[in-house]
Design a protein around this ligand. Sequence first.
Ligand code: COA
Length: 248
Amino acid sequence: MTDLVLITDDGPVRTIRMTRPDKKNALTMAMYDAMAEGIETAPKANIRCLLIGGAPVVFCAGNDIGDFLQAAMGGGLGAPILRFLYALARSDTPLVAAVQGNAVGVGTTMLMHCDHVVASTEARLSTPFVSLGLVPEAASSLIAPRLMGHARAFSMLVMGKPLNAAEAKDAGIVNTIVAPDAVEAEAMKAAQHIAILPPQAVTASRRLMRGTPEEIVARIDAEADQFKERLKSAEAQAAFTAFMTRKR
Ligand code: COA
């Protein structure tokens, strides 16, 4: 259990909110578990749409780099990360996201599993995997090229070029861009819209559009194998240590 993720049900809409603002919503193992639980238990609670949000000024700064450092030193990647990624891939419940400020690493790649993303004009999406000595995760190596084509996906996932809100919309990750103070309401409006549609028709349509989750899961596994190797690399350990010990 963690109080760094708040799960709130409002009729058929469940909000999963990351609330670790002092660390820019960097995700700990307990947070991954709590988010996975919120997704996995949605059908039994008659939830028809999930809304993922962050704190007012940041969506999510990605995996906790301190955890990466520990993993690099032999702690292992952590089952909760894979549990969360599988939950995203296998969810039959539609996913909406409300993105304020920075979305880094898995903060961005989780958006590629969402069905509708509302972003603030100030949103900034980045995936600095390779500069951290890592490889893309969350099946982003499969989904991003499909969404935006190989060249733009390479620029983002390998060269680490961040996207502003307009670029993220152009790349097919974001649906709607609104002022920062309108993000939450706009995302809730979309979630409520989805939640009152005929649920079986939504599920069937979504399955047709997304294809088999097992293809996504297989890519998550393939990426995770390489990710674990990369975590142990000198390149990655140097990058994590540099972040954790940087002077500001
Ligand atoms: N893991 C662990 N701690 C993190 C973190 C992460 N991914 N992201 C931010 N934090 C911590 C910082 O260390 C800092 O902690 P401190 O106050 O105890 O020193 C605190 O959150 C605030 O971060 P700060 O960098 O001062 O905020 P900022 O507004 O200047 O920058 C970010 C925000 C998100 C751009 C920046 O924190 C960042 O680049 N984070 C790393 C993102 C990353 O590389 N994630 C992994 C992707 S695979």
